[in-house]
Design a binder for this molecule. Structure first.
Ligand code: ZN
Length: 324
C-alpha cells in the first residue's frame, strides 16, 4: 500500500515488537536531511519515524516541516510517523497534535513521579481524543553535562518498579527509559570509558538488566531508546581532519543497539550521527574545493552520506529493512 499521509506508530511498533527489530527515529530540520533519510528508507523498504524537536520547529517553522514530511511520504509511499521529540509542555504537544503530528513525546521525566504522571495523563487524553499516540519518559538520561562523577549511578537509570504504575495511570503508548544511553556526540567522559587496543574510547555497557526487568513488567509494551547515536569515528575523523575540533566524541556501540532492538525496544532515536555525517562531508568539501560557493554542490554529497548512513542503520542496526 502507498501512503499519502503520516501514520501513527501503533501498527509499526506492534510488528517491530513481534519481529524483534526497531524503527529508526531520525531528527529532521531541513530538506536535505528529510530527503537523505527517506531515500534510504525507500531503497530498503523500511517504515520510519521522522521526529522534530522544539528547537527544530523553532528553526524551520512548523508548516515547512509538516510539508517536507508530507512531500517525503508522497514521494516514497512509505509508512512514516511524524513525531514531536521531547515535548516539554501540554501546550507544545497540543499545538503539534492540532497541527498534524501523529505522535508526540511528553518529557516530564525531570519532574517528580506524581507530576510526571499528571502531565503525561493530560497529554494522553488530548492526544487519544485526536487519534495521536504518546511517548513518555521515566528516568533521566545521563549526559555529558553531568559534572558529577556518579553520572553512571543507578539514580539516573529508570527504576523498573515504577513502570507498571506509570503506564497504567497515564495510558501512554510507549515509554522511553534510561539504561545508559545519552544525548549528543560526547556521551561519556574519558574517565567513564576504557580504551581498546587501537586507543579508541570504549563506553560502559548498556544496562540490559534494567531493560529486561522493564519488559517483563510490561509484556508487549514498546520501549524507546533516546541518545542512541553511535558517533561513527570515520566522520569524527573527517571533521577533525578538515578544520573541526571534536576530541573524544564517543557513542553507543551498534552491536548493543542491535541487541536492544531484538528485545522490547521498538524505537531508537538517532540524531548526532546524521549531524556528524553532514558536517564532516561539508567540511571536507570546503577543504577540498575552496573555490566553490554553490550550496547545492556541498549539500548534495552531504545528503548522499546521510542516505548511506541511514541505510546502514536500517539494515544492520535496527533490522527494519523490508518491513514497510
Ligand atoms: Zn532524546
Amino acid at each position: 500500500m502507498l501512503y499519502t499521509k503520516p501514520v501513527t506508530t501503533t501498527e509499526m511498533f506492534k510488528k517491530a515488537y513481534d519481529g524483534g527489530y526497531a524503527i529508526g527515529a531520525f531528527n529532521v530540520n531541513n530538506m536535505e536531511i528529510v530527503q537523505g533519510i527517506t531515500e534510504a528508507a525507500k531503497e530498503v523498504n523500511a517504515p520510519l519515524i521522522l521526529q522534530v524537536s522544539k528547537g527544530a520547529r523553532a528553526y524551520a517553522n512548523h508548516t515547512y516541516l509538516i510539508k517536507l514530511v508530507e512531500a517525503a511520504i508522497i514521494e516514497t509511499g512509505l509508512p512514516i510517523a511524524l513525531h514531536l521529540d521531547h515535548g516539554d509542555s501540554f501546550e507544545l504537544c497540543k499545538s503539534c497534535i492540532d497541527g498534524g503530528f501523529t505522535s508526540v513525546m511528553i518529557d516530564a521525566s525531570s519532574k517528580p513521579f506524581e507530576e510526571n504522571i499528571a502531565i503525561t495523563k493530560q497529554v494522553v487524553e488530548y492526544a487519544h481524543d485526536h487519534g495521536v499516540v504518546v511517548e513518555a519518559e521515566l528516568g533521566a538520561l545521563a549526559g555529558i553535562e553531568d559534572e558529577v562523577q556518579v553520572a553512571a549511578e543507578d539514580s539516573h537509570y529508570t527504576r523498573p518498579e515504577e513502570v507498571e504504575e506509570f503506564v497504567a495511570k497515564t495510558g501512554c503508548d510507549s515509554l522511553a527509559i534510561a539504561i545508559g544511553t545519552s544525548h549528543g556526540a560526547y556521551k561519556f567522559t574519558a574517565a567513564q570509558c576504557t580504551r581498546n587496543e587501537k586507543g579508541e574510547l570504549v563506553p560502559p555497557p548498556l544496562r540490559f538488566d534494567i531493560l529486561e526487568d522493564v519488559s517483563k513488567r510490561l509484556p508487549g509494551f514498546p520501549i524507546v531508546l533516546h541518545g542512541s547515536s553511535s558517533v561513527p569515528q570515520e566522520y569524527v575523523k573527517m571533521v577533525n581532519e578538515n578544520g573541526g575540533k571534536m576530541p573524544d566524541a564517543v557513542g553507543i556501540p551498534e552491536a548493543e543497539l542491535r541487541e536492544a532492538a531484538r528485545m522490547a525496544v521498538c524505537k531508537i532515536n538517532i540524531d548526532s550521527d546524521l549531524r556528524l555525517a553532514m558536517t564532516g562531508t561539508i567540511r571536507k568539501f570546503f577543504h577540498d574545493h575552496p573555490e566553490k560557493f554553490d550550496p547545492r554542490e556541498y549539500l548534495k554529497p552531504a545528503r548522499a552520506n546521510i542516505k548511506e548512513l541511514v541505510k546502514h542503520k536500517l539494515v544492520d542496526v535496527l533490522g527494519c529493512a523490508g518491513k514497510a
